[in-house]
Design a binder for this molecule. Structure first.
Ligand code: PLP
Length: 416
């Protein structure tokens, strides 16, 4: 029997067919990461893989290792791993801590919870300050807890900058301030996996010890690489920390990075993409990139309010510039209209993927990602898809959400 070489496994998998499910045009990937990869970055990645020990690679290595630093707000080394964000979470902990060390975390949502579970598996003693998943870190609460710890048994405070499950961004400068006010020497570790490249971050100025980042969101790259930005204090801690570490160990990577190379095989093609994405950041200007994210987030919230729907985040000062989590309206029996059926409807009819509600938010919350390679008209398309679907799926709402967003964006354009 003649086999189709494109289908040698016999499994009918063709992602491209799904992407074009509604005739022509692009799929709208509006989950809060992975985000859309710009054509420029895709073209940069589509270049033959080179010798990762050769001179051409060395130039690339020097470029990305230097040009990534302002995005994290640091002049210290930024370690780049061939791993998803979870790898960089683990790297932060195993490099700096020892078995049984006490780690204080804040349960801002699903990702904070997953980071805690990972820390538990590594043999750390974790303590989680609870929240209702509708607000971020409360610096006053953190300060009180740290003041109680007179023996300084807490070795690290770990917080998520942008909680991707809830659309809530915590104020890291205030976290630093709370730690200083408590006079507590714990390390500060911050997960910026869904904020880096979209929200201004100041690793050095805010006294963060380890900043954890990922490629697939604000940095406009495919999934596959992740980051640890490190302070001198974190590097010093890594010399005495005794959790087992091999692949993740900073020291060898930092040493070899000084020559433009990595000790193991780097993700060469994603690094081509990173070099291109960084060029795009500096061409637009970092301040403009961050302002653009805030503008799109505000326009999205105006649309959500226009529809008469509820934004999950309860603290306006903590609204995320990256995504907006929306609460489905209630039915007469008090239960919520189903968010996953709504997302399915949007995917099938308008070829757009929205983020699902994660953990305890599943089924009653959906998330609109407005990050990365994104502009006003894309946003209006996204919001148009949501409004059409609210209408077509018979979800109770008011008309005028998209209009409110357009009016806001038009005013912003006038003022620019
Ligand atoms: N932390 C945050 C805030 C995230 O949004 C994610 C993934 O979405 C992770 C951690 C886990 O990263 P990854 O899925 O790349 O391993």
């Amino acid at each position: 029997m003649k086999r189709d070489p494109a289908n040698a496994s016999g499994m009918a998998i063709n992602p491209r067919a799904t992407l074009n499910r509604i005739g022509q045009g692009r799929h709208f990937l509006q989950i809060p990461g992975p985000s859309n990869v710009p054509d420029r970055v895709l073209r940069a990645i589509d270049y033959p893989t080179i010798d990762h020990r050769g001179p051409e690679f060395q130039q690339l290595g020097f470029k990305v290792l230097e040009a990534i630093k302002p995005i994290f707000g640091t002049t210290n080394p930024v370690i780049i791993y061939a791993a998803s964000g979870t790898g960089a979470w683990e790297a932060a902990l195993v490099n700096t801590l020892s078995p049984g060390d006490h780690v204080l975390m804040v349960e801002t949502g699903q990702f904070a919870t997953l980071w805690k579970k990972l820390a538990d598996k590594l043999g750390l003693k974790t303590e989680l300050i609870p929240t209702d998943w509708r607000r971020g870190v409360d610096p006053a609460q953190l300060e009180t807890r740290l003041k109680e710890d007179r023996q300084h048994s807490i070795k690290a405070v770990c917080v998520v900058h942008n909680e991707t499950s809830t659309g809530v961004t915590s104020d890291i400068a205030s976290v630093r301030h709370a730690m200083d006010a408590a006079g507590h020497p714990a390390l500060l570790m911050v997960d910026t996996i869904s904020s880096i490249g979209s929200v201004e971050f100041k690793h050095d100025e805010w006294g963060v010890d380890v900043t954890i980042g990922g490629s697939q969101k604000g940095l406009m790259l495919p999934p596959g690489i992740s980051f640890n930005a490190v302070s001198d204090k974190a590097i010093a801690a890594s010399k005495t920390a005794t959790l087992p570490k091999a692949y993740w160990a900073w020291e060898e990577i930092i040493t070899v990075n000084r020559t433009g190379f990595w000790p193991t095989t780097p993700a060469t093609n994603i690094l081509y993409g990173l070099a291109e994405a960084l060029d795009m950041f500096y061409e637009e200007g970092l301040a403009n990139v961050y302002a653009r994210h805030k503008r799109h987030a505000e326009a999205t919230r105006q649309a959500v309010r226009g529809w008469g729907l509820e934004i999950l985040c309860q603290e306006p000062s903590q609204y995320s510039p990256v995504l907006t989590a929306v609460v489905m309206p209630k039915k007469p029996d008090g239960s919520h209209h189903n968010a996953d059926e709504f997302r399915k409807f949007i995917l099938e009819h308008f070829n757009m993927s929205l983020g699902m509600g994660l953990g305890k938010l599943q089924g009653w919350v959906f998330r609109i990602g407005h990050l990365g390679d994104f502009n006003d008209l894309t946003l209006i398309g996204v919001l148009g898809g949501v409004e059409m679907a609210l209408n077509a799926a018979g979800i109770p709402h008011q008309k005028g959400g998209v209009q409110a967003a357009m009016d806001y964006l038009a005013r912003q354009a006038q003022q620019a």
